[in-house]
Design a protein around this ligand. Sequence first.
Ligand code: PA5
Length: 472
Amino acid sequence: MTKHTPLKFDYSNAIIPEYGISEEMIQGIADKLNAAQQEVLKTDLELWGSDADVPAEKQPLDAGFHEMPERILDAYQSDRENSELGRILKTAARMRESVDKVVILGIGGSYMGARALMESCCQPYHNELPRSARGGRPRIYFEGNNVDNDWSQALLQFLEADSQGDGPEGNWGIVVISKSGGTLETAAAFRQFLRALENKVGADRLPEFVVPVTGAEGKLASLSDAIGCKERFEVPDGVGGRFSVFSAVGLLPAAIMGIDVVALLEGAATMNSQFRTAPLGSNPVLDYVAVNHLLEKERGVNTRVMSVWTKSLESIGLWYDQLLAESLGKAEQGALPLTCVNSRDLHSRAQQHQEGVRDKVMNNIVLDVWRQDPLSIGHSDNNEDLLNELSDKTLPEVMDAALRGTNLAYQEDKRPTTNLHLAGSNESTVGQLLQMLMLTTVVEGRLMGINPYGQPGVEKYKNYMNQLLRKA
Ligand code: PA5
């Protein structure tokens, strides 16, 4: 089993008189936080007896994400090959052996998690590496997350031009993901990419190269039956799209990329056990909710900046943007999420964060361990840039100075920041982080009296879009 170093949440820089919060303020909401935690911890049945008894304002109740990591791991322990994870690993291995490129079609919660896993756990230039350096893992492309004429065609043209012959090097495949099975962006892309794939491999062999992940019923389920897809994975009932990263929605793409999905799920389970047992003050979920919620309600801090201090975590920031926005942006409430990548965005956003409206908290996500050995700036005989006095400084040291300097500057101006420390960007820490953020979102929703599940506002535009298209 992988060693799981727990994430550490440090909110000492948010304790600021007048503009920040205090320990007393946190203690003041301890009972409410505890009640919200208990609501999240209890299973649906324990809470309501039966689905029919769930009050209208709590519907949909898609709390199934919470214990999914343990459920999937337990099933894998007891019946390896026949368990869902066993099937995922087998399909992923087959895809790796038979194709060199996989196009993942999906939108919103049906793709953002997979993208976040790729950027945080794979080699940064994965797609650019030759197959041997990738250990036979396919290159990964994301589509069906837009209706962008130029990008869709560019990928189709690239696939056609770059996929010659019938060996694994020349083949490509599709993983199509849609819980409802009816989302227009993904459905349209599936039709277009399927046509291109059929032109290459022929209708008979199409099922070998296409793996759908969808609900038990729906248009995509019917279509994959009609095509004769060999394997199909289900998005479980009671798990909403943006909470589905630890189902086949995230695990199948991750396994194809060669990510250690067992370590990922164990990381998530580690966070669950911390959430269940650690007291307020050393419980990353409760502490994060307490700080961010109090800043919003008591200090008008309604922009929540997730500052990630490595490029590897940018897509986790974007995944969280969706999670927070779609879950809590309801009933004219909900903080505005914003992802920053530092030190890059210190040169674009820091001015406003330092001196603009006092409506922001900077939640830093900090790597304590880098994958590669520290790279120093190095000595040069051409010292016109005057860097020789820093020649022995390494990039991690420069990054650390940038983080600490930024925090000091904000602190001096009484602007709240927090630091969440990760022992690297890897399966264990990412499993913990994603589970932590999903838990914080539902706990905060319960605290605010907002149902974090469902996205009724999104349905409105979809209805209008469909009406407009089908009328014309
Ligand atoms: O969080 C959600 O439920 C949404 O973002 C969905 O994931 C998104 O709308 C895609 O839906 P589907 O998976 O049904 O295609």
